[in-house]
Design a protein around this ligand. Structure first.
Ligand SMILES: *Cc1c(COP(=O)(O)O)cnc(C)c1O
Length: 532
């Protein structure tokens, strides 16, 4: 639009320099410019103060409901103009950090959700600030070497030989990769069919994957994503210790073959999510070899036992696996996310090889340049290996082992206390560090006990007293402590069990509705069903 102002009031013609001013962005990046350095120091020191204050929070959770938090956090996430970082961080402290679960709290023991080690927290700063990406050498020179070193160390730890692998976002991605390679390997060697090129092979609907009934649900999920269908997964019943045994798998294979189906892979779980039980790895290795199945070991939980000379024997047989899942954001105490996928035979990754001219043109490796992107289902990838690297160096193997061992001792002590308490019922003896039990005094019906135990779990969370899990085992609602936190002591457990019993007793005294229908809130107040 033409200016209506007289010429002398118009802005003078811009000079070349003022039209292209240095953009004032230095304070936004840690580039070495003074403004950036000062802003970084201030932001990090504010964040540090917030985290130290959060660490002093007495409860594991403040107890807010989803609705309460949604109301607190309502508002426009993207204002037109920004605010000072410190102000934003302090708002986040109030609205987000204070309503987080405190994973370092001794009573935060629901899931495989660990308190992260301090050296790893510092490592995260280095990982994010250097922002290396493991998909190509020129985006991650030293990082590439460190990741490969850690992968080789892991291969020696589990396979007792060289192998290959990649860091992943965790067990889900690692299990997916295990079954992906299993499918591709089967099609290539038995049907001369390259699934990556051509899609599913003819007869794919007859392929089957065997695993324990207690295996992680990502086995089914992966089978679905891989086009084999969730129904291709055949869950096999474990023994009375919840371990999958060779004979049971043999029987299942015979049944499948008789029905004209083709078992291609066997998943052995070293540490199930619920109970920590470890399948009979050595037996399963023999079955897999006998029947030409790809053996994938899901050691997301149990992988850390390899660090302990007392407990590594529990993993015996894992060295025969074709591929292994291990999670570091569980019993290796790393911040989320951090996991690895390992293969015994490095050629197993060949099926995934695909070249992008801009990233890893043909001949990259021949030129002596490492090419990690061909081993991953991801492209851009975090340098999570650095966290583990720094922690391994800072703690040493023995201290890591002590962490894991202490949680196993606590689980055993907890199980003993529960076993000797007439109001509590232990579901099974802990294999690693998960303790499954329920409040179960004499004289209450199965339905009442289910309902009471549900209430116990919800009440503990709502009161911000403890974060414990709820699961189903032996067809009953159970409570679960996942004793990952080395800061949890027997005294904490005693106190918590007292509280669980107190809530249970109060709930039992209040009287539990005897019929699930009566809890349906949409019934009219005078509905006869309410009196059932
Ligand atoms: C946690 C877990 C997984 C999934 O791992 P994520 O890191 O959550 O993706 C897979 N298998 C087992 C046995 C697990 O416990």
């Amino acid at each position: 639009m033409q200016s209506m102002q007289p010429p002398e009031l118009q802005a003078p013609l811009q000079t070349q320099e003022s039209r292209c001013p240095q953009p004032p962005f230095e304070h936004l990046f840690l580039s070495g410019a003074e403004a950036g350095t000062a802003a970084y120091r201030q932001a990090v020191s504010t964040a540090t103060d917030i985290l130290v204050r959060f660490a002093l929070q007495p409860q594991p959770y403040r107890g807010a409901s989803p609705q309460e938090l949604a109301a607190v956090l309502a508002g426009d996430p993207c204002p037109e103009a920004g605010l000072p970082t410190r102000e934003v961080l302090e708002r986040v402290e109030e609205l987000v950090v204070q309503h987080s679960v405190k994973v370092t709290h001794p009573d935060c023991i629901a899931h495989l959700h660990c308190p992260p080690l301090i050296p790893a927290l510092a490592a995260e700063m280095v990982v994010s600030a250097t922002n290396q990406s493991l998909d190509s050498w020129d985006q991650s020179p030293a990082a590439t070497i460190v990741e490969q070193q850690i992968v080789q160390w892991l291969c020696r730890l589990y396979f007792a030989q060289a192998g290959d692998g990649t860091f992943t976002s965790g067990g889900t991605q690692s299990n997916f990769m295990g079954l992906l390679l299993a499918r591709d390997h089967y099609a290539l060697t038995h049907l001369d069919w390259n699934c990556e090129e051509r899609g599913l092979p003819p007869g794919a609907e007859r392929l089957r994957i065997l695993c324990s009934q207690a295996a992680h649900f990502t086995v089914q999920k992966s089978a679905g994503l891989l086009g084999l269908g969730r129904a291709s997964v055949v869950p096999v019943g474990p023994d009375s210790d919840y371990r999958l045994r060779g004979v049971a798998v043999e029987r299942a294979i015979a049944d499948l073959r008789r029905d004209g189906l083709s078992p291609i892979a066997l998943v052995a779980t070293a540490g199930t999510t619920d109970l920590g039980s470890i399948d009979a790895m050595a037996e399963l290795a023999i079955v897999a070899r006998t029947h030409g199945l790809w053996l994938h070991a899901d050691a997301a939980v149990g992988g850390a036992l390899a660090l302990s000379e007392h407990h590594r024997g529990l993993l015996a047989g894992i060295e025969a696996a074709d591929s292994i899942t291990v999670d570091f954001h569980k019993l290796f105490y790393q911040p989320i996310s951090c996991g690895a996928f390992l293969v015994r035979n490095r050629r197993a990754f060949e099926v995934l090889r695909l070249h992008a001219d801009c990233l890893n043109p043909e001949g990259t490796e021949e030129a002596g340049i490492p090419d990690l992107v061909i081993k991953s289902v991801l492209t851009t990838r975090r340098f999570d290996a650095l966290k583990l690297y720094i922690c391994l160096q800072a703690l040493g193997r023995r201290e890591f082992a002590r962490l894991v061992e202490s949680t196993m001792e606590l689980a055993r002590a907890t199980a003993t206390i529960i076993e000797h308490d007439p109001e509590l019922e232990l579901a099974c003896y802990p294999a690693i560090n998960a303790v499954v039990f329920r409040y179960a005094p004499e004289g209450l019906s199965a339905f009442e006990l289910d309902s009471i135990n549900k209430t116990v779990q919800a009440t503990l969370l709502r009161r911000g007293r403890a974060v414990v899990a709820r699961t189903r085992l032996k067809d009953r609602v159970q409570l679960k402590f996942t004793l990952l936190n080395p800061l949890t002591t027997v005294d904490h457990i005693r106190g918590l069990l007292q509280e669980i019993k107190a809530i249970g007793r109060a709930e039992a005294a209040r009287g539990v509705a005897a019929d699930p229908a009566s809890t349906v809130s949409c019934l009219a107040p005078n509905s006869p069903m309410l009196n059932l």
